[in-house]
Design a protein. Structure first.
Length: 197
């Protein structure tokens, strides 16, 4: 049994041997996809454009750098719940547009994504407001019924149901359901972006 257990050194040596056996393309992938990811992350944080950075790479490795950058940009396009996310979306979408060859296909998908974002900020906001009021009234009725059973109907107890942990928990579930509807559509378009050359 003990002879079957490998030391860290043995495992590391096996992995190093595998790396040696990896094709040149695999080695380039391992090195340059993460480099592209880092490059994209820095573009998102400092607002720079990836195009000027990409041109520094040799054509042989550029496709891997682009693949890594694309992965980060696409994963950073999210439902615009706040201004920080909106800003990140703009940077990610702008840089993706610069990277992709088929600009028209990208624009078509961006139009659909922007429609989702617009809908989220208008109809989604109304939907949340209505759901909040419904949930609040429902909780208030339940609390009043429970109090009436315990202390009678002549109680003058004022309870702010919005501060109840149960209310907050239910509200988080409602928000999550609404946001997930939009995220599902967005994920389809993000997948379509990956398939554009």
């Amino acid at each position: 049994m003990m002879s079957e257990i490998k030391s860290f050194r043995e495992i590391a040596m096996e992995k190093i041997a595998l790396i040696g056996e990896a094709s040149e393309e695999e080695q380039l992938k391992w090195k340059y996809i993460p480099e592209g990811e880092k490059l994209a992350a820095s573009c998102l944080s400092d607002g720079s454009e990836i195009k000027s950075e990409i041109d520094k790479y040799d054509k042989k490795v550029m496709e891997f750098v682009l693949k890594g950058a694309e992965r980060v940009f696409i994963s950073n396009i999210n439902i615009p719940k706040n201004d920080i996310i909106k800003n990140t979306n703009e940077k990610a979408m702008h840089n993706l547009q610069l990277m992709k060859k088929d600009k028209n296909a990208v624009k078509e998908i961006y139009d659909k994504i922007n429609y989702i974002f617009e809908h989220y900020n208008t109809q989604g906001k109304k939907q949340k407001e209505q759901s909040y009021e419904l949930l609040k009234n429902d909780f208030r009725n339940k609390v009043e019924q429970a109090l009436a059973q315990q202390v009678g109907t002549n109680n003058n107890i004022e309870i702010n149901v919005e501060n109840l942990p149960q209310f907050q928990e239910e509200w988080k579930k409602v928000i999550s359901q609404i946001d997930n509807q939009y995220s599902n559509y967005l994920n389809e378009y993000k997948q379509a972006l990956k398939e554009i050359g």
